[in-house]
Design a protein around this ligand. Sequence first.
Ligand code: DGP
Length: 114
Amino acid sequence: MSDTIFDKIIRREIPADIVYEDNDVLAFRDIHPQAPVHVLFIPKKSFATLNDVGEADAPLLGKLLLAAAAYAKREGFAEAGYRCVINCNKGGGQTVYHLHVHLLAGKQMPERMA
Ligand code: DGP
């Protein structure tokens, strides 16, 4: 498993604007925000891509999404709406190979994804 910039953020070796943390999940603001709210939810356990998550770690995927939804509720934009995205591999637009969920909010998202 290669060490990524997100592993360095988990270990506090480089700074990030962390907005949530628990035993399994870390969330911080994206350095290149695509929306007024753009937060990345990552598992502390390293998976390069969504393809690398096995059945045993299915609950961790649930935790990532639930952490994003809880953040949206806490911040008061859950009812207005938001988008969660996972990019997988080059064709999916992934650039950092540590699994992450993008949470985007604060503007109207286009109905078409691409
Ligand atoms: P993806 O393209 O799905 O792999 O998204 C990677 C995101 O990570 C991209 O939106 C920019 C963000 N990012 C890259 N490097 C850093 C960093 O050092 N700090 C923070 N906060 N975000 C980063």
